[in-house]
Design a protein around this ligand. Structure first.
Ligand code: BES
Ligand code: MN
Ligand code: MN
Length: 456
């Protein structure tokens, strides 16, 4: 029995109601139409940090959406944990695929359904409640700083400036983040790697205007056809990326480490059925677990051009577009990969079209060691609340700011996430299990307790 156990039991309903209220605010950072809502979410959190008992609570303005900050310094001699999370969410589109409106949270089958339920409002809010619990029961054993941003889903550009300019304010011993997933509710895991990201938009221009596809078809390059061919050529028959130099810096993982990774519980059949596919697909020579963790990849995220309205319009479009992401692994540099992509893509374009490559936001990959006090504290914390030691696992997603915490603040980050694949983050019907929400709130205080022990 811990000092905070009763507090959690007595406040469960309210903890959920507060999250539900946060989930009603459509804080979509990518779409300017939701700008007021993004600011409102920041304001709501500021009040919640104040109510929880944090000091020096501020909504720090940036050139974009603000950063909400608060802290509780118990004793400067004790360790300081910098908690990071994000209050912005991905667009909810396509709305028609949601079973209930994305910003009207509903509870069904033990889960809360709403955009941001897991990524990252639900997971971030656990930290505010865990702090409240520790503080109100006089069991906060060290110092805490909480920083919540509103631009994670659009690349955290202003946060990186904020970090650069506020090194003193953010000084800490370790960063703690819940914005990742675990294997299953009965197989806890800790994320010890994130992939980097290079993201580009390409534009292929053919004729100076849309053309009649009968009058001109066959004699003029069709930008959509050309773009499809160019994209198809980016992978060979083994699904190996063909961009020269793409793999040059890729970290080679030892056979021993690969065997350890592949020993993690994973059912290919469950994986396939959970996303309705009849077979998996990917780079020859690697397992599915490896393909989404230690190997880089390239994917088209969207492609458009020409006529996509009702019926048939016979036209050769003037332009074709695609958004392409490359997930990167340790030692690859996102800037370098973007440059390699750009020069390769331009070089394979036939002379009948003009190609433009526009880089978007990017980020570097991360590896978290498992042999330092904060990792041991996180592992013990999950073991205490789940009754099972968590498995260290590299994840496939990206959180670009984590590499910057290391680069700019010299801090390692613990990625103690409580989401599940089935939460469908970024998809319609995103959800977060109530089990996971409460389990997170229960686990976090153990992390603080053990961090102090491990640091001594
Ligand atoms: N929380 C996710 C990243 C994540 C989820 C990592 C699950 C590991 C497991 C984050 O909000 C996210 O979506 N990141 C983006 C990158 C960003 C630059 C838009 C991503 O990975 O696509
Ligand atoms: Mn997230
Ligand atoms: Mn996300």
């Amino acid at each position: 029995m811990q000092a905070w156990d009763n507090y959690l039991n007595d406040n469960k309903e309210r903890f959920l109601e507060e999250l539900k209220r946060l989930l009603t605010i459509p804080s979509v950072s990518a779409d300017p139409k939701f700008s007021d809502d993004v600011f409102e979410a920041a304001d709501y959190l500021k009040n919640k940090l104040l109510e929880a008992g944090l000091d020096n609570v501020e909504v720090c303005p940036t050139d974009g959406y603000p950063i909400v900050f608060g802290e509780k310094i118990m004793n400067p001699e004790l360790p300081t944990v910098l908690v990071y999370g994000h209050y912005d969410v991905q667009p909810a589109d396509p709305y028609e695929l949601w079973d209930s409106p994305p910003f009207t949270p509903v509870i069904k089958d033990g889960k809360i359904y709403a955009r941001g339920a897991c990524d990252d409002k639900g997971q971030m809010y656990m930290h505010i409640k865990a702090f409240e619990m520790m503080y109100k029961t006089s069991s906060l054993p060290c110092n805490i700083k909480i920083m919540i941003e509103g631009e994670e889903e659009v690349g955290s550009e202003n946060l990186s400036n904020f970090v650069e300019n506020n090194k003193e304010k953010l000084a800490a011993d370790v960063v703690l983040v819940s914005d990742t997933d675990m294997i299953a509710n009965d197989i806890p895991s800790i994320t010890v790697g994130l992939r980097g990201l290079s993201y580009v938009e390409v534009e292929v221009t053919g004729p100076g205007r849309d053309l009649h596809s009968g009058l001109y078809g066959g004699a003029v390059a069709n930008p959509l056809n050309i773009l499809s061919e160019m994209i198809a050529s980016l992978k060979d028959q083994n699904n190996h990326i063909t961009i020269p130099g793409f793999y040059d810096d890729v970290e080679v993982v030892s056979e021993e480490d690969r065997a350890a990774m592949n020993s993690a519980p994973f059912s290919l059949e469950d994986y396939k059925s959970s996303i309705n596919i009849s077979d998996v697909h990917g780079e020859e020579g690697y397992t599915s677990l490896e393909r989404v963790s230690i190997r880089p990849t390239l994917d088209v995220n969207g492609m458009w051009g020409g006529y996509i309205g009702e019926g048939a319009k016979t036209v050769i479009p003037s332009k074709a577009y695609a958004k392409i992401s490359m997930r990167l692994v340790p030692n690859q540099s996102s800037e370098k990969i973007t440059a390699l992509f750009k020069s390769h893509f331009e070089s394979i374009a036939p002379s009948s079209v003009n190609v433009e490559v526009k880089p978007h936001h990017g980020g570097e990959s991360v590896v978290v060691p498992t042999n330092f006090p904060a990792y041991r504290a996180a592992s013990r914390a999950m073991e205490s609340s789940f009754g099972k030691k968590p498995i260290p696992m590299r994840g496939g997603g990206s959180i670009p700011i984590v590499a910057m915490f290391e680069e700019k603040l010299g801090l390692k980050t613990i990625l103690m996430g409580f989401g599940l694949n089935e939460d469908a983050i970024h998809s319609p019907n995103e959800s977060y299990g109530l089990f996971n929400y409460y389990k997170g709130i229960e686990t976090i205080p153990y992390f603080y307790k053990y961090l102090v022990e491990e640091s001594n």
